[in-house]
Design a protein around this ligand. Structure first.
Ligand SMILES: Cc1cc2nc3c(=O)[nH]c(=O)nc-3n(C[C@H](O)[C@H](O)[C@H](O)COP(=O)(O)OP(=O)(O)OC[C@H]3O[C@@H](n4cnc5c(N)ncnc54)[C@H](O)[C@@H]3O)c2cc1C
Length: 415
């Protein structure tokens, strides 16, 4: 695979690297105190990372998917908490708004998010609807012909304690069959009845805040319907393509950091008369870590190319009349591009998160007891990686999805 990274892209990645170095000691402090790292937003905003793949028209840097993925890979080394912030703000939320929003919606909302003035969240999961979002119970109804009213509960929502703009998915109260989900842009300031509660006692990802959000008669102006009515699940699943790719990229960074930390430690620590790096069983761990990184790298970069093709297609379609109806699975070209991006991003996420969990586990083993303390990055990577095989589609669901993509829709084996 050959990549042409321009000097401009290189310099952007260097700026991201610098911010990561600045944030490293503070991130550790925040992690141990289980508090949100409030320097993520201002520091990354300075280099434009809060709108990296978003069009310049809305204040972003307009970078391609691969550049964004390389930035996330670097950020992943600092821990999955920081990377998760971007997976939610940019990959799940901004990208979905960019793809499905009208010009007016993007001007009003997206352009506030690229400089960090507003932060985004993506609210799909509910206490009763996790792997099966079609069973959601959050409902919307039209009132007085000019606004919607939302009622329901979402949980585990990343950035949820402080996000200003939330993409929310709800079913039509009048006809709540499983396909009848629509997507909405919620401006938190204009919905005072919204109740948000932090979800505490998490195992890892301690500097990112997850929330339970109650929508009680939340008023949403009609203009804030995102995409065609009734296409909410398709919109959510399109966001998850970008989301999964971002998780895979972060997992790569996690593995690289675990490998580097393990090599340093194993060359320093002596037992039985020689350094650990000389022991064959330690070398077994190192070799498998390298294989994990290389296999995940190519799956992720390949998926990035495919996701880029999908975005290019959507951007071109959006220049035409009636574009929303063309972004539909009955459009063969769109359907094929989307299927390829979806499959490759699912494979990359499935493989990279499994291997990141394995790699961080091996790193903890190489560190021995010292790797059992949250003060080491390998311990934090281990705890954080556990979540990555669960969120944005559990790895079981991804396996079923990948198999169904190959066998055909009739073989979907979720039930
Ligand atoms: C740290 C964290 C951050 C998150 N952030 C967000 C967010 O920002 N926005 C959001 O909307 N959601 C978020 N989520 C929710 C996440 O996407 C869900 O947890 C996930 O989709 C799984 O749903 P569940 O937890 O309800 O598990 P369940 O769906 O109850 O699944 C439990 C187990 O059963 C398995 N299972 C389920 N169905 C099948 C099947 N058909 N065949 C085989 N096995 C099956 C699953 O793989 C899993 O192992 C987050 C979760 C976590 C942990």
């Amino acid at each position: 695979m050959v990549f042409n990274i321009s000097s401009k892209q290189e310099s952007f990645l260097k700026q991201v690297d610098n911010v990561c170095k600045i944030l490293r000691p503070y991130e550790e402090e925040c992690y141990l105190q289980e508090k949100f790292n409030d320097r993520i937003i201002p520091e990354f905003a300075k280099v434009g990372m809060l709108g990296c793949p978003i069009s310049r028209r809305y204040g972003g840097l307009g970078y391609d998917t691969l550049t964004y993925i390389l930035a996330l890979q670097r950020i992943g080394r600092e821990g999955s908490s920081i990377r998760t912030f971007f997976s939610v703000h940019t990959s799940l939320a901004q990208t979905t708004l960019q793809s499905w929003g009208t010009e007016e919606q993007k001007k009003e909302y997206l352009s506030k998010t690229t400089n960090g003035n507003s932060i985004m969240a993506f609210a799909l999961t509910e206490p009763v609807a996790g792997s099966d979002p079609s069973s959601m119970t959050t409902k919307f109804e039209i009132r007085d012909g000019d606004h919607y009213v939302l009622n329901g509960k979402k949980h585990w929502i990343g950035n949820g304690t402080f996000a200003d703009i939330i993409l929310v998915f709800a079913k039509d109260a009048r006809n709540d069959n499983n396909g009848n989900v629509s997507a909405f842009i919620i401006d938190r300031n204009s919905c005072p009845s919204l109740r948000v509660q932090e979800m505490k006692n998490k195992m890892g990802l301690l500097t990112v805040k997850n929330a339970e959000i109650d929508f009680e008669n939340c008023i949403v102006p009609k203009k804030n319907l995102l995409g065609p009515k009734g296409k909410g699940l398709s919109i959510a699943y399109s966001g998850l393509i970008d989301g999964r790719l971002s998780v895979a990229a972060g997992a790569l960074g996690v593995m690289e950091d675990c490998l580097e930390e393990s090599m340093i430690h194993s060359k320093r620590r002596e037992q039985h008369g020689s350094i650990l790096a000389k022991k064959q069983l330690i070398q077994d761990h190192i070799a498998l870590m390298v294989a994990n990184i290389e296999s995940s790298k190519w799956l992720s970069y390949r998926a990035a190319g495919s996701v880029q093709k999908l975005h290019n297609y959507i951007e071109n379609m959006k220049r035409t009349e009636d574009w929303q109806s063309k972004l539909n699975i009955t459009n063969k070209e769109y359907s094929l591009l989307r299927k390829e991006a979806d499959t490759l991003a699912s494979i990359a996420k499935f493989h990279a998160t499994n291997t990141a969990f394995d790699t961080s586990n091996r790193a903890v083993q190489i560190f021995g007891a010292s790797g059992y303390r949250k003060t080491t990055r390998v311990a934090r990577h281990f705890l954080d990686s556990r979540a990555t095989t669960i969120y944005e589609g559990t790895n079981e669901i991804l396996k079923l999805k990948i198999a169904a993509m190959m066998l055909g829709r009739d073989y979907t084996a979720y039930r």
